[in-house]
Design a protein around this ligand. Sequence first.
Ligand SMILES: [Zn+2]
Length: 376
Amino acid sequence: MAFDLLIKNGMVIDPISKIHRKYDIAVDAGRIFSIHCPEDFGLENSAKDMLDVQGSLVTPGLIDLHTHVFPDDAELGIGADLVGVQQGVTTLVDAGSAGAVTFPRFVTNVVEKNTTQVLAWINIAGDGLCSGRDELSDLTKLDKENVAERIGQYPIIRGIKVRMSSSVLGNSGLEPLKIAKTLSREVGLPLMVHIGNGPPELGDILDVLDAGDVLTHAFHGKKGGIFKGDEILPEVRQALKRGILFDVGHGNSSFSVQTLQKAQRAGIKPYSISTDIYLANFNGPVYSLTTTLSKFLALDFSLDEVIAATTVAPASILGMEHEIGSLQVGRIADISILTIEDGVFEFIDAENKTFKGRQLLQAKFTIKAGKVLKCR
Ligand SMILES: [Zn+2]
């Protein structure tokens, strides 16, 4: 029988299936039709199209768990396809650009207008980030019922975003987090909690969270992070033990190599790696998800680890591990074709610290629901 596309000669990495070897992948009607050894002859003749990716990696479509892609409405937003399919990322999760009031517009202007799959953490504040960046300073703008209604209305909402740093909160303290947590339990969705400069204290924030909730910007280098001096806070160990998941959320000021290296020495790693990409960091220091992954390769993470942290890990956070983040037969054919360049590359973190790595990961093609798109 004939099928649409054969992706030939690539090195396939699919963490959930524990695959890291040369395989060919057949795609038909937008779904993965088969995955097999190149020695299994006979399929070439049945392929309507062929993509030879000799020397490249073939991974599940990459997922970026923390992005800002509501450009016309939310300050600093960037086009979803620009940082999505054009950079090897098939699924983006917008982290709270839209709240209950602005969500319908987000759906018509972003979700429905991009090829990239766009999911969302809905902001607990009504306007999200569409009317300033102190969205939690006025508690009257937090309407739990409206958020609940949007969640019922739009299945692309996979969780609730709360930004818990002093400039966002004003005098609201822990209240927004508690409101969001109550709702999160009612609707059965996780929270993504942003941390930055306190107050509140990190320990007080972590106390409110449940297993499956996400702490983003977990490796920032500001005061009030996961370390006190060189010691990891006991509350942080406790939180990890309880199943709270640490996400990178690189951004402009939220990823410190020094913090990450201290965490490595303490045996702590991010569960998911995300960019927090937006207009002001797209031309550096973030650039792309693959650049962010290259930084982790430079910091001695393995290729399999960084791919897992951008496929199966975010998929499971989103409760979508049976739909995205793997190359299993029958799934939507969301696939990233990546190259690794060897050399000496200089990277920069969000604290202006430079460091060197030996591998640069770049996106060559994105296959979105079976359609081949060339990356920029
Ligand atoms: Zn963000």
